[in-house]
Design a protein around this ligand. Structure first.
Ligand code: HEC
Ligand code: HEC
Ligand code: HEC
Ligand code: HEC
Ligand code: HEC
Ligand code: HEC
Ligand code: HEC
Ligand code: HEC
Ligand code: HEC
Ligand code: HEC
Length: 571
């Protein structure tokens, strides 16, 4: 069928424009969708509103889905159409016209309710204005402004600071349960909160006054130390009383309201602002200035034993080739050479690994101390006499070893059956034969005493204890010898933390030149340059960015606690 669609447009001056469109189609579809023959670009019209057909009994219109139509003012869903009928389609009017020859259907279409009209109609129906209710723009601004001030400033202040606030608060049933947290408060000051507090502080998050003790004053340390009664400081305030060094507030490093997880005080400036010129702040400062690990950090100064007997340790820079006096002899190089490592028990050569002696402790950060019985005892047998080749003394104090020897030889003398040709007859008698008199017993024990002294001399010589230990003659000790105290350093750099676990994929030899060391006095630690191949400063992009707290803590157990019971700094 042929359809003529005439669109009427009303111009500003009131004259009417028109444009005719002829379309060939089976069904005339009307709607906002572009696939309709009558395509009405107005959001008030549904996508597919209705369809027009020409049937046996004339023209017929039917709405799609749940849509409605207006036919001559009445709401319909479907109807027959005659010439002159007016169909309301949203803001449009469709009028059925008399078709000319060759045309099956003719319609005219006009937008009778442009969008602007609707808003004006609404406004014309409304009689309410701010002026009508007695509010000018100025007055309403004042009202709203004051309300904000009352609700969010005066009320919270009043509730927080006046004793009257108790009147509004229901009494807490058990005051002693937790004096900090009063869950029955109406917390008007919560409206000021600037962000979520860290999880550890959630249990009193709404008790703003626990931290904000004074209105309009920054959070004071006393508020923190009231709870954190065991937090150690960083600086000994007796040694360093200068205000410049002691006035850094807790909140400078520990800001709150940053979300559930505490923000680590990782920003380098928190430390370097003070450390970059400590020498000007403290006269005769013993620590070097530091500002960044890559560009300005001193060489490491491990703490090394100088005289274990007197308990003397010293920090010596790795640039000054420190030597350690541990009183324990140990050549790493010899022990890493499989050709020299004959195990006397198995008779086989053993390839020792670093891990044969150095086992990580439970956290993985440091290594367990090396133990004689566990790590040396398989090869270094504490035997002392060829007449009892498998017999060993236990590893311990000289006087205990001497007693062990004495007990062994006197038991042997009293029992008899010694095979040594050089031994007196009395101890070579058939084993178990009783000694008949005191004279015989004395002679046997004399031999035992002689053997004890001899074995002891051998044991404390350079072949046994003395191969590993510094042995000195000592008449006060029952054995006649003493073993110099052994001090093998476990924590070399106590002012920083190190974690072997985080470097488990780096070969030991990258950091420790152990397999070339012939003396235990060598300090086998890597210099700072070794770390700097991987670790950069805070701004590093090609290396691991490392700030001060990657390697250092702040609160030091060897410094006094930061706040006293009164909340006042007392250290
Ligand atoms: C655990 C202690 C703690 C509690 C509880 C706490 N705050 Fe804070 N608040 C802080 C710290 C720390 C700062 C950082 C201020 C500074 O540097 O002195 C801060 C800062 C603020 C600031 C300043 C803006 C900002 O983020 O630096 C506002 C506002 C604030 N707090 C509101 C509140 C309100 C309201 C409450 C109660 C709902 C509250 N706080 C509870 C510790 C606390
Ligand atoms: C009402 C008591 C209380 C107050 C006041 C308080 N804290 Fe805490 N804080 C705690 C408790 C409890 C923990 C969790 C246990 C712990 O680490 O001691 C904690 C944890 C922390 C932690 C470790 C967080 C973590 O999850 O690792 C930091 C840092 C901290 N508080 C700093 C502060 C600072 C700074 C202030 C002062 C603005 C402050 N606290 C005020 C009770 C308090
Ligand atoms: C110069 C920065 C700085 C200042 C000032 C400071 N801290 Fe810390 N604090 C740290 C660092 C760094 C850590 C280590 C944890 C981390 O990685 O954030 C820490 C850890 C903590 C912890 C977690 C528990 C622990 O010991 O590891 C608590 C609690 C704490 N500080 C409380 C306080 C209190 C209370 C004050 C004030 C009296 C304070 N701090 C002052 C830097 C600082
Ligand atoms: C306000 C100044 C100041 C700030 C801030 C400061 N320090 Fe210190 N720091 C000192 C002083 C002073 C000493 C010397 C303390 C002493 O000898 O007892 C020191 C000592 C040290 C030491 C040597 C510790 C030792 O056992 O002898 C290290 C490591 C250190 N600070 C790291 C840090 C780190 C990391 C930070 C930041 C989280 C920091 N410092 C923040 C002043 C500061
Ligand atoms: C047979 C046991 C044994 C083996 C294997 C061994 N060590 Fe040791 N290591 C020791 C003993 C004992 C000490 C303590 C005495 C000393 O300071 O030399 C020590 C000390 C160290 C130290 C402390 C620092 C120092 O300067 O003394 C380092 C580092 C070390 N060893 C690294 C290694 C590495 C790396 C390997 C593997 C190549 C290794 N060790 C293999 C027994 C062993
Ligand atoms: C696998 C067997 C084996 C283990 C385990 C072993 N050693 Fe040795 N050690 C030897 C042998 C074999 C020699 C002699 C090497 C040589 O001179 O050719 C030796 C030599 C030594 C020497 C040098 C002695 C001297 O007079 O020159 C010392 C010191 C020493 N070991 C200490 C230790 C310590 C300490 C441990 C344990 C931490 C240990 N050894 C673990 C087999 C071992
Ligand atoms: C193969 C080497 C080796 C031999 C041989 C050896 N020791 Fe030790 N000794 C060690 C090591 C390693 C330590 C430190 C670790 C430990 O206690 O197991 C040590 C520790 C000691 C200590 C503790 C020192 C202190 O200050 O804590 C005494 C005492 C001691 N030995 C006595 C002896 C006596 C006595 C002998 C001889 C009978 C002997 N040792 C033989 C390696 C040896
Ligand atoms: C990659 C690890 C690492 C980083 C990052 C690092 N340090 Fe160190 N720092 C060390 C080690 C290791 C020592 C030696 C510790 C010892 O001797 O006990 C040390 C020593 C120090 C000392 C003592 C200096 C002296 O004269 O003896 C101070 C102070 C210090 N560091 C401060 C800082 C500061 C501040 C930062 C941040 C700008 C920082 N460190 C970054 C590892 C590090
Ligand atoms: C990235 C460098 C690095 C690597 C890799 C490394 N270490 Fe260390 N090691 C260190 C530093 C730094 C120290 C000193 C730490 C301290 O005591 O302050 C140390 C200390 C030690 C000590 C003496 C202190 C202690 O904890 O007993 C031994 C032993 C040791 N390392 C053995 C090993 C062995 C074995 C390996 C290989 C599995 C290894 N290290 C890998 C850097 C390294
Ligand atoms: C071969 C590269 C390499 C060398 C050399 C090296 N490190 Fe590391 N280090 C790493 C890597 C990788 C990590 C893990 C970084 C991470 O987990 O974010 C790490 C982590 C650390 C950490 C833990 C940091 C943290 O935030 O948990 C410390 C402390 C550290 N290194 C100190 C040192 C020191 C001190 C030296 C020199 C003795 C050193 N490293 C040498 C690669 C290296």
């Amino acid at each position: 069928m042929q359809v003529s669609i005439t669109t009427l447009t009303r111009r500003r001056n009131g004259s009417l424009g028109q444009k005719e469109d002829i379309k060939a189609c089976e069904v005339l579809r009307i709607g906002r969708g572009a696939d309709n023959e009558i395509f009405l670009l107005d959001h008030r019209v549904p996508l597919h509103l209705a369809e027009l057909h020409e049937g046996a009994d004339g023209l017929f219109i039917e709405a799609n889905g749940t849509n409605d139509l207006r036919l001559n003012g009445a709401i319909i869903r479907k109807a027959h159409l005659n010439v002159g009928d007016v169909v309301g389609i949203g803001p449009y009017e469709l009028v059925v016209a008399d078709p000319e020859d060759g045309i099956n259907i003719a319609v005219t279409l006009e937008l009778v309710h442009p969008i602007g009209d609707d808003v004006e109609a609404l406004l014309s129906r409304s009689t309410l204005t701010t002026n009508n209710i007695g509010l000018t723009k100025r007055a309403s601004s004042w009202v709203l402004g004051s309300l904000t001030l009352i609700l969010f400033l005066a009320l919270p202040l009043f509730m927080a600071d006046t004793p009257l606030s108790n009147y509004f608060n229901a009494p807490t049933s058990d005051k002693n349960s937790n004096s900090m947290v009063n869950s029955n408060d109406i917390d008007f000051d919560v409206s000021w909160v600037s962000g979520e507090v860290m999880n550890s502080h959630k249990f009193f998050a709404n008790d703003c006054a626990a931290c904000h003790t004074k209105a309009f004053v920054m959070v004071e340390d006393a508020a923190c130390t009231a709870c954190h009664t065991k937090q150690h400081g960083h600086i000994d305030k007796v040694k360093f009383p200068s205000k410049e060094l002691t006035s850094t507030r807790c909140a400078t490093c520990h800001t709150d309201h940053q979300g559930p997880h505490p923000v680590r005080a990782a920003k380098q400036a928190l430390c370097s602002d003070c450390h970059n010129d400590l020498d000007t702040k403290v006269e005769g400062m013993h620590l070097a200035n530091v500002s960044d690990f890559a560009s300005n950090h001193p060489q490491f100064k491990p703490t090394v034993w100088q005289d274990p007997s007197k308990g003397i340790q010293k920090r010596i820079s790795l640039d000054d080739n420190p030597l350690e006096v541990s009183n324990l002899k140990f050549p790493h190089k010899t022990h890493m050479n499989v050709n020299r490592m004959r195990n006397p028990t198995t008779g086989k050569n053993t390839q020792l690994e670093c891990a044969s002696c150095h086992v990580p402790e439970i956290s993985g950060a440091y290594l367990e101390p090396v133990k004689m019985e566990e790590h040396c005892g398989d090869c270094h047998l504490l035997t002392f006499d060829s007449i009892a080749p498998k017999r060993m003394v236990s590893h311990g104090k000289p006087e205990e070893i001497y007693r062990e020897l004495a007990e062994f030889y006197s038991a042997l003398a009293l029992k008899g059956g010694v095979t040594d040709k050089a031994a007196p007859e009395i101890v070579r008698r058939r084993p178990g034969t009783p000694l008949v008199n005191e004279e015989e017993k004395k002679e046997a024990l004399q031999w035992a005493d002689f053997k004890t002294k001899k074995a002891s001399r051998y044991l404390f010589s350079a072949s046994q204890c003395g191969s590993c230990h510094e042995i000195t003659p000592d008449q006060k000790n029952a054995s006649g010898y003493s073993v110099e105290p052994v001090k093998v350093t476990q924590i070399w750099q106590p002012k920083s933390v190190f974690d072997h676990g985080k470097h488990k994929d780096v070969a030991c030899a990258e950091c420790h030149a152990a397999d070339t060391s012939m003396k235990s006095s060598d300090v086998l630690l890597p210099k700072i340059e070794g770390c700097q191949t991987c670790h950069g400063g805070e701004q590093a992009t090609e290396k691991i960015p490392s700030t001060c707290i990657s390697c250092h803590g702040f609160h030091r157990d060897d410094v006094a606690i930061m706040g006293g019971a009164s909340g006042k700094m007392v250290q």
